[in-house]
Design a protein around this ligand. Structure first.
Ligand code: J2J
Length: 515
């Protein structure tokens, strides 16, 4: 948590207002209670209906024993129930732990046990065994969880942790990110302003709704804060999304670079063009957007591009809607807050001049000071002064805008989906024929990066082939996006001067054999 003097400053400057997330849908707060908040297929749910249902669900969960501070692993696709669940949990002061729909027994088992979760809410009955002691509630059974809201105890404090978000991670086990009501709401409110949201905004949720980008930049919470409307897309493919944009007159949506690419190609190649005339803003973030793709957004889609460089740990950078093309097409934006402190440093933590690539460190009013229950990891993930080491390599232009130039963390960014090399390596090390393994990123024209596992076989055994590796990891319950795209067998790994596996040399070897 933030030291007292920082917390006092963030309150004094009006960043932390004392509000809690459950108030976003409170009809008493707003003039838009009768307006539609969420569209899910044929279902149209007003703010008041969402609020009432969340209250009743909160009471039902309370009757089942869910209490303030309890953890509840939430794994829901883009469905209306997601909102009922999170606002019920916010009301109770219980902490959603946001799993992704793609997560399987390995991840779910870890989230449930690591957080000692009391419940696991999912649409995947087959994942129930992974939940351990947590009570499993299937999405179809949620309607039956109901109670009388008048018996609910008082809600949470704004300085409390509101939920645990997932870190992209670079270590063996995923880290959990504790975000408070105060800090998250600040980023949501400012994001809504920066992204020009109004009560007439219609936001299409194309990415998974629980991802930090979709949730808060400005995302679904930004829309609810402003009184706009959320349209849930079950899938992000053009055939699903374009008719929804047309029908619901969507004004803003958020995608990762490969999706931007796909949508652009679909529109450019369509004999009969979809009507995307309502779309004002296409936000692209999660991974580096290629200049060539950025340049096509306005000519092909007829809308404004906004680049978003954010992280679930906090700091979010945006290009602004009135920025010149030079900024929008070639930078990843600048921070939300005047109190976002950004340091760009060399390998010894010494600041580098503007224009020089260095490690991005940051602290501020909505950036965490530590992961949840991870004291040892926190000692290296944060500086002594509380700056978060993002692991990103960036350059700051004289105008203050950031350009992402690469990454120092052992992570693969597969089209916006983050994979911790060590997590996959640890799974593969349990394979009987694997002596050693290193998972690295391979450049890919569509996804930006894919993964390659370099394997050294155990003496006297044949190294597993790609198909075996894939089956093995799937059976271990790893999410599909983390399963390597390629496997390379080596006799030994190249090592650095200090005896560590040289990922740089492995990547270079891949490039050499690819050309
Ligand atoms: C290059 N790399 C980027 C970008 C994120 C808004 C938008 C995205 C996220 C997100 C988010 C990038 N160009 N435009 O939480 O609120 C890489 C960086 C960063 C990591 C964070 C949000 N945008 N990245 O992607 O927690 O490496 O958050 O540190 O999933 O994604 O990943 P994540």
């Amino acid at each position: 948590m933030w030291p007292d003097d920082f917390a006092a400053r963030y309150r004094a400057r009006g960043y932390w207002t004392g509000q809690t997330l459950d108030h976003l849908v409170d009809p008493a707060r707003s003039s838009f209670a009768s307006r539609v908040a969420v569209v899910d297929g044929d279902r149209r749910i007003t703010y008041r209906q969402l609020f009432d249902r969340a209250q009743r669900l909160a009471a039902g969960l309370h009757a089942q024993g869910v209490r303030a501070g309890d953890r509840v692993v939430v794994q829901l696709p883009n469905v209306a129930e997601y909102f009922e669940v999170i606002f019920a949990l916010f009301r109770l002061g219980a902490l959603p732990v946001f799993a992704l729909p793609a997560h399987r027994s390995s991840e779910i088992g870890y989230f449930c046990s690591h957080t000692a979760a009391v419940a696991f809410i999912t649409e995947h009955a087959e994942l129930a065994p992974a939940a351990g002691d947590a009570r499993v509630i299937l999405v179809g059974d949620l309607a039956g969880v109901d109670g009388d809201p008048s018996v609910l105890p008082a809600g949470p404090q704004s300085s409390d942790v509101a939920f645990l978000q997932l870190s992209g991670g670079s270590t063996g086990l995923p880290k959990l990110i504790p975000r408070t009501h105060d800090d998250y709401l600040y980023s949501v409110r400012e994001s809504a302003t920066i992204c020009g949201l109004t009560p007439d905004s219609v936001y299409l949720t194309a990415l998974p709704v629980a991802h930090n980008f979709t949730m808060s930049s400005p995302g679904v919470l930004g829309v609810l804060h402003t009184g706009g409307r959320i349209v849930l897309a079950p899938r992000p493919d053009p055939a699903t999304v374009f008719p929804l944009i047309e029908r619901e007159r969507v004004t803003i949506t958020a995608v990762v670079p490969p999706l931007a690419h796909l949508w652009l190609d679909a529109v450019a190649g369509a004999a009969e063009k979809p009507d995307l005339s309502s779309l004002d803003v296409l936000q692209v973030g999660g991974a580096k957007l290629a200049d060539a793709v950025a340049a096509r957004v306005r000519p092909v889609l007829g809308c404004q591009l906004q680049q978003v460089f954010g992280m679930a740990e906090g700091l979010v950078n945006y290009t602004r809607l009135d920025d010149p093309d030079d900024v929008v097409l070639h930078t990843q934006g600048r921070p939300i807050s005047p109190d976002d402190e950004v340091l760009i440093v060399d390998d010894d933590d010494r600041p580098v001049p503007d224009g020089t690539v260095g490690h991005l460190l940051t602290r501020g009013p909505y950036t965490i000071r530590g992961y949840w229950n991870a004291e040892e990891h926190n000692r290296t993930a944060f500086t002594g002064e509380g700056f978060y080491r993002t692991g990103d390599l960036v350059r700051r232009r004289p105008d203050g805008y950031l350009v992402v130039e690469g990454r120092a963390k052992d992570q693969i960014n597969r089209g916006g989906e983050k994979i911790a090399a060590e997590e996959v390596e640890n799974h593969l090390l349990t394979h009987p024929a694997v002596h050693d393994v290193a998972v690295v990123a391979v450049p890919d024209p569509y996804l930006g990066e894919r993964t390659c596992a370099f394997v050294v076989a155990r003496d006297g055994t044949a190294a597993p082939k790609l198909s075996e590796v894939r089956t093995y990891l799937r059976e271990r319950g790893l999410a599909a996006y983390k399963i390597p795209d390629r496997v390379r067998v080596l006799d030994a790994f190249p090592v650095t001067g200090v005896g560590k596996v040289s990922r740089r040399e492995l990547r270079a070897a891949l490039r050499a054999t690819a050309s």
